[in-house]
Each structure stands twice: as C-alpha cells, then as structure tokens.
Design a protein around this ligand. Structure first.
Ligand SMILES: *[C@@H]1O[C@H](CO)[C@@H](O)[C@H](O)[C@H]1NC(C)=O
Ligand SMILES: *[C@@H]1O[C@H](CO)[C@@H](O)[C@H](O)[C@H]1NC(C)=O
Ligand SMILES: *[C@@H]1O[C@H](CO)[C@@H](O)[C@H](O)[C@H]1NC(C)=O
Length: 271
C-alpha cells in the first residue's frame, strides 16, 4: 500500500494517479470525504463498464487500458478534502495507492493604517494560516482567527511608534502565494489633513462672522431709513394740532391730565 499526500488550491483541478498496470481486470477508486458520504468509481475490463456511486460530476476517471486510471477532480472545493484510494486488480495481484487530499485556500490580503496610525497587514480566510512578516523587522502583534470552514484569518499590527521609517512593507507567505505590500502611515500625512481641517474650520467661522457683520450694518441702515418718516409724521401732527384752533384746548387738557398722572406716579414711587 502506497500513501501520499496531495494538496490542491481551491477552484483548481486535482489529479491523482493509480499504480500503472496494463492488463488490469478491475480498477476501483474509493473516496472518503471528511464531509458527506463515500463515493465509488469502478471499472470492470471484461464488461467495459463503469460504475458510479454517489460521485459528483466533477469527479472523473478515464478507464482505458495502458492508462494510469488517473482520477481528476475539477474545481476542487473544501468538501473534496479526504482520503482517496485506488485499487488495481491484475493477474499478478492487487495494487493499492492512497492519497490524502488537502484543499488550500489563498488568503485575501489587505494592508491599511488603523486609527492609531499603525500599519495593519491582514491575510483573510487562508488555508493553512498565512505567515506575515515586516520590513523593517520590528515589534508586531499577531492575531489569528479560525473559521468554521477550516480557514484562518491572520492579522498583524506593526507597533513601532518611534520609527523614522515612513514606508513599511508587509510580506505574506502562503503555500499558494508570496506577496509583499508597502504602506506609509506616517504622522506627517495625517497631520497635514488635521492642519487643513483646522484652517478650513477657521475660514468657515470667519466667513460666518463677516456675513453676520454685513447684515448687521445693512439692517441698521434700513432702521435709519424707516425712522425719520415716523418722527416727521409726529411733528406734522403736533404742528397740525397747534394750527387748528378748536382742538387746541382739548390737546392742552389732555396734556394736563397726562402731566398730572405722571406727577402722581412719580409721587407714589418716591418714598
Ligand atoms: C484518512 O486516512 C487517515 C489515515 O490514513 C485517517 O486517519 C483519517 O481518519 C481518514 N479520513 C477519512 C475522512 O476517512
Ligand atoms: C451515498 O451517500 C449517502 C450519503 O450521502 C450514504 O449514506 C451512502 O452510504 C452512500 N452510498 C454508497 C454506496 O457509498
Ligand atoms: C514563497 O517563498 C518561499 C521562500 O521564499 C519559496 O520557497 C516558495 O516556493 C514561494 N512560493 C510561491 C508560491 O511563490
């Protein structure tokens, strides 16, 4: 019995070979996935007949003599993980080959600056877990988060506040990819944004005050314009009353009443 380990990237195809024998009378592939029921692909040379039991359409084998009876899985998915065994029956005896299939998932990479201006490198939903390192080499905090589907998210935070380096590089190592990404979370950049915001704030306040001042001036000018007619009207009325003879006594009387009332109130207010 021969054993082997094979890994395939999710979405790609995987090929597993059987012991290469000519004159095989029977070939059987047995698949025991981690999830779900087993599947069998069998071939009988004398009947030239293929039996498929429970196998997905993505799983196929070309049963032809002088072939290695290789099993091919198209668009490998997580559910395809498991044990694959092949048995070839010949006149000389039975030959076995077994494979353990592991599905690899490339992580999704992202590099960004967090709220504290620390560069954060993230390799999301990878299988197996990705490894992250930094240039320059420095203190970093790594968090790993395992998901139900077997993938792992690795997050590494670059924690060097006193660094003079403006650009840092994150390197992600994974069986399916090696990638480097660079970022600058330098304070000068965010300081610039802060200064611009402050300047804009001041500009808005100044403009607002200028507008208020302008309207105040404008409003006062309107007041002066409306006030004079009122005074002239009262003057003309008084002039009229003095000119018209019969009303003079009445006006004088009223005035005396008002004067007496005002005298009274003044008298009451005094201690
Ligand atoms: C696959 O085979 C290994 C040993 O060869 C065994 O430990 C494991 O349980 C098997 N897995 C499945 C899904 O049958
Ligand atoms: C087919 O799959 C079902 C479950 O999906 C399982 O119970 C059954 O044993 C399988 N049949 C064979 C012949 O492997
Ligand atoms: C990634 O890098 C390592 C070491 O530098 C190398 O052994 C491996 O083959 C590389 N893998 C890929 C997919 O480029």
């Amino acid at each position: 019995l021969r054993r082997g380990e094979i890994s395939s990237t999710m979405g790609h195809s995987a090929v597993m070979t059987c012991p290469n024998k000519t004159d095989a009378t029977m070939v059987t592939w047995k698949i025991s996935p981690k999830i779900g029921g087993p599947c069998t692909l069998g071939y009988r040379a004398d009947q030239k007949k293929v039996d498929r039991t429970n196998c997905s359409d993505r799983v196929n084998c070309e049963f032809r003599s002088n072939q290695s009876y290789a099993l091919e899985i198209q668009q490998v998915g997580m559910a395809d993980e498991g044990n694959y065994s092949c048995e070839v029956v010949t006149q000389e005896g039975n030959f076995h080959q077994m494979y353990q299939l592991t599905v690899l998932v490339p992580p999704r990479l992202s590099l960004y600056c967090d709220d504290h201006r620390n560069p954060v490198c993230k390799a999301a939903a990878g299988r197996p877990a990705a490894e992250i390192s930094w240039v320059p080499e420095n203190n970093s905090m790594t968090e790993t988060d395992s998901h139900d589907n077997g993938t792992v998210t690795v997050l590494s935070r670059f924690t060097a506040h006193s660094t003079d380096e403006k650009t840092v590089t994150c390197m992600v190592y994974h069986t399916t990819l090696n990638e480097t990404k660079s970022i600058a979370c330098s304070s000068s950049q965010s300081d610039l944004i802060l200064y611009i915001s402050i300047a804009l704030g001041f500009l808005i306040i100044i403009t607002f005050m200028a507008v208020i001042y302008y309207f105040k001036l404008h409003g006062c000018r309107l007041c002066h314009k409306t006030e004079p007619p009122d005074t002239s009207l009262t003057h003309s009325l008084q002039d009229d009353t003095t000119e018209v003879e019969p009303y003079t006594t009445y006006v004088q009387k009223e005035n005396t009443i008002y004067n007496s009332v005002s005298d009274l109130t003044v008298g009451q207010n005094l201690p």
